[in-house]
Design a protein. Structure first.
Length: 79
C-alpha cells in the first residue's frame, strides 16, 4: 500500500496521484479550477529556497502553489 502525504511534504522528483482536496470556499474552488482534482497524476518539481511556493507538474503543465494551498491536497505517493 502506498503512503498518503500532503502535497507540501513531497520531495523533489516524487510523484503520486491526488486522492483528496480539502479546504472550503474560494480556496477549494481555486484548486479545483486549476486541475487539482482526484485521480490527477502529480510530480513534485521543486520548492523555493525558503520552501514557499512549490512547483509541481500537473496535467501537463507547471503549477506553482503556496505551501498553505499544497497542505490541503492529499497525494498517494508512487514508488
Amino acid at each position: 500500500m502506498a503512503a498518503v502525504k500532503k502535497l507540501s511534504e513531497l520531495k523533489p522528483g516524487e510523484r503520486g496521484v491526488i486522492v483528496d482536496t480539502s479546504g472550503s470556499g474560494w480556496v477549494r474552488k481555486r484548486l479545483l479550477d486549476m486541475g487539482v482534482t482526484k485521480s490527477a497524476p502529480v510530480v513534485f518539481r521543486k520548492s523555493a529556497p525558503l520552501g514557499d511556493p512549490i512547483e509541481v507538474t500537473l496535467r501537463g503543465y507547471e503549477l506553482s502553489l503556496r505551501k498553505s494551498e499544497a497542505d490541503l491536497v492529499s497525494v498517494e505517493v508512487k514508488g
